[in-house]
Design a protein around this ligand. Structure first.
Ligand SMILES: Cc1cc2nc3c(=O)[nH]c(=O)nc-3n(C[C@H](O)[C@H](O)[C@H](O)COP(=O)(O)O)c2cc1C
Length: 239
């Protein structure tokens, strides 16, 4: 990989404004194939990618995303789903026995696999001159997404991926300093200096002082709403 290719990863950021230009079929296929090349535990590939084509479905997803414009406007919408059903059907077709466990143990690796596939798609899109953003909000209403996309038992809505040609170059978002995320041999508690540095970075990026920023975040992530959404998701994944 040359250093300029590495920039596709190092400079990547979410795109939320798209032109009307459609994503060409060959690029779409490259994105899907790149997704499928991601690592997968036991090579089980427990995911399905549902491409949203119907306008009514798009509109419902727009509603479920709390009216995020990019869900309305991105030319290509792909709902990344965890899919335990395909492997079950394959196994049972040949008379094998499928271990039908419930709970996080059953889901942890499939969620990792589907997420890695999704991120490969993001990188592929970027390298093809496209931009993308994930939208998680509809997955906070898994029952509604299940009905909308006719998801059978064993197929779970993970995250919506919006792809298209960027209208403009977005600002690169702030990230924690690498020293705070890399630990050697044992976990190291976050130092006050890094907390303050991060607050400064946020202030520079958002133009808000940290109190205003915290207020905005807390408005956005209302604890009661979060609790309800987690309860909805837990119930869905536990059944
Ligand atoms: C699981 C997941 C869900 C997300 N949901 C949303 C969303 O609903 N709306 C949105 O605008 N961005 C969403 N994002 C994008 C993040 O906000 C974005 O990645 C983050 O702010 C960092 O910015 P960057 O991607 O430009 O580095 C989501 C990202 C992930 C991984």
């Amino acid at each position: 990989m040359t250093s300029s290719q590495l920039n596709y990863l190092k400079d990547r950021c979410s795109v939320r404004n798209f032109t009307e230009r459609e994503v060409e079929e060959d690029k779409f296929e490259e994105i899907i194939k790149s997704g499928q090349r991601a690592p997968s535990a036991g090579n089980m590939q427990p995911y399905s990618f549902i491409v949203i084509q119907g306008q009514e479905k798009r509109e419902r997803l727009y509603e479920l995303s709390e009216k995020q414009n990019w869900v309305k406007e991105a030319p290509l919408l792909i709902y990344i789903c965890v899919d335990l059903r395909r492997d079950k059907r394959f196994t049972e077709y040949f008379g094998g026995e499928w271990a039908d466990y419930e709970g996080v143990g059953r889901l942890l690796f499939p969620i990792i696999d589907a997420s890695l596939a999704a991120q490969n798609m993001v990188t592929a899109a970027e390298m093809l001159g496209l931009g993308s953003v994930f939208v998680g909000t509809p997955s906070e209403h898994p029952r509604e997404v299940e009905d909308l996309l006719s998801l059978p038992k064993g197929v779970y809505p993970l995250v919506l991926l919006c792809i298209g040609y960027p209208e403009e170059e977005p600002d690169k978002t702030y990230k924690w300093n690498s020293s705070t995320v890399v630990h050697y041999d044992e976990y190291e508690e976050l130092k006050e200096k890094y907390i303050e540095d991060y607050a400064e970075t946020i202030e520079e990026f958002t133009g808000l002082d940290i109190e205003e920023y915290m207020e905005k975040i807390q408005e956005h992530y209302d604890p009661e709403e979060l609790k309800e959404s987690f309860e909805r998701m837990n119930r869905y994944f536990e059944e």
